[in-house]
Design a protein. Structure first.
Length: 66
């Protein structure tokens, strides 16, 4: 169950190059596919946050000041 948020993040990373490629095609079908992928990406982001909070998955972010 703790791997599900990471899987959802990976899906969004895989969508990014597909969306960029489709943006160059500029036809009606690619616009619909881009919209669909963006909507799926939005849903994965929402569920990623919900699931991560429920199972206690968090990412430790360290900032270094130079």
């Amino acid at each position: 169950m703790k791997n599900i948020p990471y899987l959802l993040i990976a899906i969004r990373f895989l969508f990014a190059p597909i969306i960029f490629f489709l943006a160059y095609l500029k036809d009606e079908e690619s616009r619909f596919i881009i919209l669909t992928l963006m909507f799926i990406g939005l849903l994965t982001d929402i569920f990623d946050g919900i699931i991560a909070r429920k199972v206690g998955v968090f990412q430790l972010i360290c900032f270094t000041v130079v």
